[in-house]
Design a protein around this ligand. Structure first.
Ligand code: AMP
Ligand code: GLY
Length: 427
């Protein structure tokens, strides 16, 4: 089978690496890919907003499975177009992808299905938002309704911050994504992520992970797409996972199916582990980045087999995914300036040395220079990933690999995994 992978980040490098290992995969194409993806796939230029062009490519190359990495093409309905043309695709329909594409859609679904999540109000004007703020009081969370590249959420500790966030949204900072907003109860606890595969009927647990969203050590400073992650997330005990499955994932999948928009693909749950149990913070309609990298480092099953079974609505016919009991941890190396304007073009050397000890360096934002040299080309540039029997061991190996790299224009946090490392030291 020929497979087409869409996307260009570290998540897609990890997906390409794993898909290429599958006995089902004859030829892997990626659009647009990156120099890391290109180690495993033929990278092609395709405009994913031109659904006709993607379908034509699939016909011409006899593509048996399309794997959509990022959310934007899903929210844009690419999976519907491909399914309509008879091309199996891993990723939800436009209707089901509203779980990520509209915060208000998800909150309303939680209300209909009695899924534990923070109290909320949907608002579509500044005045309505201000009235809602007055009811909730601080701390409070303000979210632009639509896709805002991870920047649409403000956790406001004071009313002044909350009001500024509302003004920002309704002044048009997020364009269409901010035509509506959700004002939400502030939830307290530790965050963890959980991933499940579903074809709309069968649900298979995938894995858990925790990431570090803040740019600075000790989880300080501005939010980013994620500065590092590890899997599994031990705080998400088997009991809590089972609770998330029965109280959150199963009713979500059932409600969407009952309402005529069955969800097919991976469900990415952001959970807050509160004193009263796990509550849903948000859904994403895709694998997390960099959570995908650490989960795939542990995956022992054939990824293409699982994703194809999802795409062909026969997830019940395959073995549930198997994972190594090892921990995997990834350190994101980012361009100086990230999450603001990152410095680009800096030389990266020493990848072979970094990988000599068993670590894996996934490319997130790299490019090849005219002379073939590897250059930084984005905010998040590399994901230096290692496995170990504990978080402490995986962390030591990942930082040894980081230290073997020569990349003067990149920086990383030196404390990825700190919560778990502290817990391991206490134990
Ligand atoms: P999101 O873009 O929805 O993932 O939100 C970004 C971050 O905001 C989350 O990872 C949480 O840290 C935080 N957050 C979102 N909603 C809440 C909430 N209701 N209570 C507390 N923190 C939240
Ligand atoms: N790392 C968080 C995300 O992929 O949304």
């Amino acid at each position: 089978m020929n497979i087409l992978l869409l996307g260009s980040g570290g998540r897609e490098h990890a997906l390409a690496w794993k898909l290429a290992q599958s006995s089902l995969c004859e030829k892997l194409y990626a659009a647009p890919g990156n120099p890391g993806v290109a180690q495993h796939a033929e990278c092609v230029a395709l405009d994913v907003t031109d659904h006709g062009a993607v379908i034509a490519f699939c016909d011409a190359r006899a593509i048996g499975l399309v794997v959509v990495g990022p959310e934007a093409p899903l929210v844009d309905g690419l999976a519907d177009s491909l399914r309509g043309a008879g091309v199996p695709v891993f990723g939800p329909s436009k209707a089901a992808a509203q779980l990520e594409g509209s915060k208000g859609f998800t909150k309303d679904l939680c209300a209909r299905a009695n899924i534990p999540t923070g109290g909320y109000e949907r608002v579509s004007s500044e005045a309505a938002a201000m009235a809602a703020l007055a009811k909730f009081g601080a701390p409070v969370v303000i979210k632009a309704d639509g896709l805002a590249a991870g920047k649409g959420v403000t956790v406001a500790m004071t009313m002044a911050e909350a009001e500024a966030a509302v003004q920002d949204i309704f002044a048009g900072r997020f364009g269409e994504a901010g035509a509506e907003a959700v004002i939400e109860e502030f939830l307290e606890g530790e965050e963890a992520s959980f991933f499940a595969l579903t074809d709309g009927a069968t649900i298979l647990a995938f894995a858990s992970a925790q990431d570090h969203k803040r740019v600075g050590e000790g989880d300080t400073g501005p939010n980013t797409g994620g500065m590092g992650a590890y899997s599994p997330a031990r705080v998400l005990t088997p009991e809590l996972e089972a609770e998330a499955m029965t109280r959150i994932i199963a009713p979500t999948v059932k409600t969407l199916a009952d309402e005529g928009m069955p969800y097919s693909g991976v469900l990415f749950l952001g959970l807050m582990l509160t004193k009263t149990g796990p509550q849903l913070i948000e859904y994403n309609a895709r694998f997390g980045d960099p959570e995908c990298q650490v989960m795939l480092m542990r995956l022992e099953s054939d990824l293409a087999e699982l994703l194809l079974a999802c795409a062909e609505n026969r997830l019940g016919s395959v073995q549930p995914p198997k994972f190594s009991p090892d921990v995997a941890l990834t350190v994101v190396m980012a361009g100086e300036g990230y999450p603001g304007e990152p410095k680009k073009g800096g030389l990266i050397q020493g990848l072979a040395e970094a990988e000599a000890g068993g670590a894996k360096v996934f490319h997130a934002g790299t490019k090849l220079g005219d002379d073939g040299a590897l250059l930084a080309n984005g905010g998040r540039v590399l994901n230096v990933t290692a496995r170990g029997a504990s978080v402490s061991e995986a962390q030591t190996k990942a930082y040894a690999a980081v230290d073997a790299l020569t990349a003067p224009d990149l920086f990383c946090r030196r404390d990825i995994g700190w919560r778990e490392v502290a817990r391991e030291h206490e134990a």
